[in-house]
Design a protein around this ligand. Structure first.
Ligand code: TF8
Length: 339
């Protein structure tokens, strides 16, 4: 039986949605409706990836599974949307790993500063056995992890001064994601970390509640952070994966054939999303410069110093989530670098 299809009010939203994404399917013809929501806006490659997922699923199920897409935290922030998945009142969301760690603590490992040296290594570890194992743990939390997508390497922006070395974090009030490791790492660097949902961030920067934040280039540019931030630094201090999540109850209720279709579609749309994300990075950097941001390039020495400062925090969390498991992750990162 289908929990979420065609309640009367879906029709209007579906029509709106179909118009926006150019799709012809409607929820009226569908047996299953997937409400999919993300926190970023509709200019971000993540939303483009979601539209790709929609197209594949609707085509392959001949419209029997309809995907309704929402962006800009219309359905809530990362934590709220995950809770909705647990209750099966929303079917899909694609949060960063950092907020997922509040549900499955092992996800903290992917947010260890400077863990992944580049995107290719991240792909191999995430798409490999380790990444898979962590996705499996989501089932205990009533969610199914179908694929890793990409948020990207996180960089710092602020309104006070250029951040060139570790010392420049001193005294900066920085918004962080709601994740204990992020909080502790930025404290260790001397910043005043302020955890907050992404949807509140722009206003917080605008009103000066926080001096700055850290996010990948696509977000900094496409969410117009340059309007309220003067300094950008390519710290690349952590690689932030996205995870494509589905309500377990909804997934379990799908026929086998449709389970395969949504799984493959999440992976395929994810490949497209990663590609779009990576392609745009260089352009976004020059866009930020054109918009008047001061760009600071961080040296490898400065990154090494930042890493050294936060290493005790990393070691604490490694202990907490399981030293053996974390060693396996380090080994997988090394193996991937040799390939
Ligand atoms: C953050 C993350 C976000 C997301 C998204 C809004 O800073 O980087 O981009 O997780 O869902 O909160």
């Amino acid at each position: 039986e289908n929990g979420s299809a065609s309640e009367g009010e879906d029709t209007e939203e579906a029509a709106e949605n179909g118009e926006e994404s150019g799709g012809e399917a409607t929820s009226e013809d569908a047996t299953y409706t997937i409400e999919a929501g993300i926190g970023l806006n509709n200019k971000h490659p993540q939303y483009k990836g979601l539209l790709e997922f929609k197209e594949i699923v609707e085509e392959e199920t001949d419209g029997d599974v309809f995907v309704e897409t929402y962006h800009s935290s219309q359905l809530g922030d990362d934590r709220e949307m995950m809770e909705s998945l647990q209750l099966n009142t929303q079917e899909v969301t694609i949060p960063s790993t950092a907020p997922i760690a509040n549900f499955v603590e092992e996800f903290t490992v992917f947010d260890f500063p400077f863990l992944f040296p580049n995107e290719q290594v991240a792909d191999q570890v995430l798409d490999g056995e380790i990444g898979d194992r962590l996705l499996g743990k989501l089932e205990e939390e009533e969610m199914v992890g179908l694929a890793y997508w990409e948020n990207g390497f996180r960089d710092v922006t602020n309104s006070q001064h250029p951040v060139e070395t570790a010392e420049d974090f001193e005294g900066l009030t920085l918004r962080t994601m709601e994740n204990d490791l992020h909080l502790d790492a930025f404290s260790e660097l001397g910043a005043n970390p302020t955890p907050m949902a992404f949807g509140e961030l722009f206003t917080a920067m605008q009103q000066g509640t926080v001096d700055g934040q850290e996010n990948p280039l696509a977000t900094i540019y496409l969410e117009s952070f340059y309007e309220v931030q003067d300094y950008y630094s390519d710290t690349h201090h952590v690689y932030s994966p996205f995870v494509f999540l589905m309500s377990k109850q909804f997934y379990d209720g799908l026929p086998d054939e449709y389970q395969t279709i949504v799984e493959d579609a999440a992976v395929e749309a994810g490949e497209f999303q990663r590609e779009q994300n990576r392609k745009a990075n260089e352009e976004h950097l020059s866009n930020l410069e054109e918009e008047g941001m001061e760009i600071t390039e961080v040296s490898d020495e400065a990154r090494a110093e930042m890493k050294e400062i936060v290493q005790p925090v990393i070691d604490d969390y490694a202990e907490e989530i399981g030293a053996d498991f974390v060693d396996e992750v380090y080994q997988a990162v090394e193996d991937a670098q040799e390939n």
